[in-house]
Design a protein around this ligand. Sequence first.
Ligand code: GCO
Length: 452
Amino acid sequence: MGFPKNFVWGVASSSYQVEGAWNRDGKGLSVWDTYVHEQGHIQNQDTGDTACDQYGHIKEDIALMAEMQIKAYRFSISWPRVMPEGTGRINQKGLDYYDRLTDQLLENGITPYITLFHWDLPYQLYTKGGWMNRDITDYFAAYAETVVNRLSDRVKYWITENEPQCYIGAALASGEHAPGLKLGKKELFLAAHHSLLAHGKAVEAIRSCAKQASVIGYAPASWHLWSPVTEKAEDIEACRKMTFDAGEEPIGGTSWWLDPVCLGRYPDTTGYSYGAYIPDTTAEDMKIISQPIDFIGMNVYQTYRGKAGENGTCITIPNDPGYARTNAEWSVTPEALYWGPKFYEERYHKKLYITENGLSNQDWIFLDGQVHDLQRIDFLHRYLYQLKRAVEEGISVEGYFHWTLTDNFEWTSGYNNRFGLVYTDFKNQNRIIKDSGKWYRQVIETNGEIIK
Ligand code: GCO
């Protein structure tokens, strides 16, 4: 038993959070580039201008991965680095960068998993209406085609979009993330619909242009997930139902994104006042949105615990006083890596990857020059223990990508949340493998046997 023989042990990152080089070699601006330069959005007024400068440290970062025995690297492509205006003109130097990255990963036996969109929307497209403009769905497909034409002779695994709940929800509804809008519900649902349609068109583009059979996934945030506090049938059922409920907050629930993609319909919104704002969808749109994908990527961090209430409702259990939490104040809920994959597989019948999971911590360099992050080891151990339970029961989880390789730019909290297995000194770009990185190496070397 244990993890399957070919289980993929990886790490994940995203372009804006690690690359830096925000204005080098012909790259266009993204909405994050402009947003971070406005006052007051980001803690400490940090920016991703330099971040971990992975743009200038490919060799070093890949050597670190190789040292940790990492098998796969999930990274994202910066759309404006490849197409500075988001549409039309291609920046060859931008594509060259991803070429180098891909080649060097392969030379080191590390499989690339490419995310096409991890939030850094070309600023020029934002000025044309961004996700509100239906044309973006074609621009995205054309961008996907450009990348796939260049890299698919070597790259097989693709993820269209990462966490639409954030780049539509946190960016356009609550206004915390770039470009910081607070749209009304009608506009919000329209933007969400376009994001789904863009996903579908990108899947079509990958399938039609790729130079080898591709494996394609979609990675929404999986925070809308309830784990039962007992194994009583009614608690399990209440949590399962709640996990796929459309949710009080429009577009927050998992089913907003996965039901259209995997089941070809929007979730049931009976009982929620915003139902009336959902756009009328044509059958053609839904067909594009729901064409088959190969896997669902689950990004799992903080989730909820629940039990059955009256009439099959789910009662969310509040956190205990002094509960175990991360530096971002997220509660530690490892059982989500058991219940989440189980519930998702039952509903969507797809293969799964854990495309993100990790801990933000206040790591620093100890007097002995090392970074002793015991908490991250314990966190990882607990989450992987639950994941192991799931795979041992036959749930088809193909791989696990730890978030993240190097400490990096954590959106509105800037550099205040360190998520890496590798410590980054942001003054001089020195890297130190943390104790957790060394421990993860043992997990990989034993294919998870040390997880007990
Ligand atoms: C997300 C993103 C990552 C984050 C990570 C930690 O989940 O928000 O995909 O970009 O950095 O999740 O918050």
